[in-house]
Design a protein around this ligand. Structure first.
Ligand code: XLS
Ligand code: MG
Length: 346
């Protein structure tokens, strides 16, 4: 069965261009203005950090947070947009300097849990049941700074806390091996699913696989996705691209390695991704060099690349591929795929 593909991205993907070495190079665009861009770019859903929806949430009561999120829901409705997920932003507050759920300070850990509960309230108000957990600072710069066994236990407890707070939410853990940390505690899909299996309700914990994060771990994104699919755990994806082992580049999907991108599209299509309402999420960043008036092209280009690769994937001659596989003629199989990608007949 073929996949059905609808696309989403987060407002942070329209960005001012600041990096650790220099200030913004583009004007900020207000959230309301960003919403106007979604449909024009070919997207139907918005991914949220909790404070994308309710910016001053730390200063508000839980009732006020819900009220503000309700107002955002109305704005989405006005644009015909859905909310795909909400992710608690657990890496900017002073209380998350040393991590969130794995911080050494108990008061900081409690802040992280409370903030996560508010993120769930926001998700409910926005009418999504999906929570994404990018465990940004759950790791160390200095190995002796935390106890990795205790850290894993604390991560399980924090996920349990969320599952118990709301019996309807599902949690997609987004693994990433490094950045901002030297080493993160949940670097791969395997780690995330192992963690899921220890929670009070493993059936509600899966993954968000980001192409660049898998590449940063030295892994192939489509293999990571296949692993998650086999366990029924691919709740969502963050497609993008990455030029080797360096900072997290979040490049346009397919911009570095077309074949690697093709294999992600092919796998998603083959296993009917989207059939249970999953979205194709892009997590891509405009280059700092990009002028403001074209600083959303990375989004439309990523989507167009996905759709073009989908067409290529569907044009592949499966019988021919099967024959190569049956003969163990992988050299010819490789040649066939390369030929298709470069448009050479044969
Ligand atoms: C950062 C992550 C982040 C998450 C959402 O590397 O990709 O953008 O996807 O919290
Ligand atoms: Mg991401």
């Amino acid at each position: 069965m073929a996949g059905t593909f609808r696309f989403s991205f987060g407002p942070w993907n329209i960005h001012e261009g600041a990096d650790p070495f220099g200030p913004p190079v583009r004007e900020s665009i207000a959230f309301g203005k960003k919403l106007e861009e979604y449909k024009k770019l070919g997207f139907d859903a918005v991914q949220f950090h909790d404070d994308d929806a309710v910016p001053n949430m730390n200063d508000l009561s839980s009732e006020e947070v819900t009220r503000e999120a309700d107002a955002v829901r109305k704005k989405l409705d006005g644009h015909g947009l859905a909310a795909e997920f909400v992710a608690p932003r657990l890496w900017e507050d002073p209380r998350t300097i040393d991590g969130a759920y794995t911080a050494n300070d108990a008061a900081c850990r409690e802040y992280a849990r409370e903030r996560s509960r508010r993120a769930i309230d926001i998700a409910n108000a926005l009418d999504t049941r999906l929570i994404v957990l990018w465990l940004a600072r759950e790791g160390t710069y200095v190995r002796e700074a935390k106890d990795s066994k205790v850290a894993a236990d604390r991560l399980v407890e924090a996920v349990n806390d969320m599952l118990e707070y709301d019996k309807n939410i599902r949690i997609a853990i987004e693994p990433k091996p490094n950045e901002p940390m030297d080493h993160a505690y949940i670097p791969t899909t395997g780690h995330a699913l192992a963690l899921a299996s220890r929670t009070v309700d493993p059936g509600r914990v899966g993954v968000n696989i980001e192409s660049a994060h898998a590449i940063l771990a030295g892994l192939d994104p489509s293999d990571e996705m296949g692993f998650a699919l086999s366990f029924g755990k691919l709740y969502t994806v963050h497609l993008n691209d990455q030029n080797g082992l360096k900072f997290d580049e979040d490049k346009t999907f397919g911009a570095v390695d077309l074949r690697r991108a093709l294999n992600q599209v092919r796998l998603l299509d083959r296993y009917n991704y989207g059939g249970n309402g999953e979205w194709v999420g892009l997590d891509v960043k405009a280059m700092r060099t990009q002028k403001a008036d074209v600083a959303t092209k990375h989004l439309s280009n990523s989507r167009e690349n996905f759709l073009a690769l989908l067409e290529i994937s569907r044009s592949l001659d499966d019988k021919r591929i099967e024959a190569f596989v049956a003969e163990r003629n992988y050299e010819e199989l490789e040649r066939y795929i390369v030929n298709v990608l470069i448009g050479r007949k044969g």
